[in-house]
Design a protein around this ligand. Structure first.
Ligand code: FES
Length: 115
């Protein structure tokens, strides 16, 4: 199982292929996902220090470009945990005072088109 190191939290073993946003939330990290994991809000953004995927969904690229965040972080709702990763979440319930948002589905939304 891939290992997920979350700076400021802990190290977790993640079932291969799980959506990153769900891997984080399932391990007690209160990451925001205000659009429900649909690549619209960017509140699920994380910054990688290891294991950043080279592939990016078209949906992720589009919203990161539109909001001026391309190159600053990645959307945890548009990434599955397939390799060891180390990262920091940027926005959480406790840091923002916002509600997390609707629960993301187990499968990626929208259907991934890889760039
Ligand atoms: S972009 Fe909204 S949860 Fe990922």
């Amino acid at each position: 199982m891939p290992q997920l190191i979350v700076d400021g939290y802990s190290t977790f073993e993640i079932p291969a292929g799980q959506r990153l946003v769900l891997a984080l939330e399932g391990n007690g990290i209160d990451i925001l996902h205000r659009c429900g994991g649909k690549a619209r809000c960017t509140t699920c953004m994380v910054v990688f220090s290891e294991g950043e995927p080279t592939g990016m969904t078209e949906a992720e690229k589009t919203v990161l470009e539109a909001k001026g965040f391309l190159g600053q972080g990645r959307l945890s709702c548009q990434i599955t945990v397939d390799v060891d990763m180390r990262l920091s979440p940027l926005r959480t319930v406790s840091s923002s005072g916002l509600e997390a948002g609707p629960a993301p589905l187990e499968t990626m939304e929208p259907d991934p088109v890889w760039t």
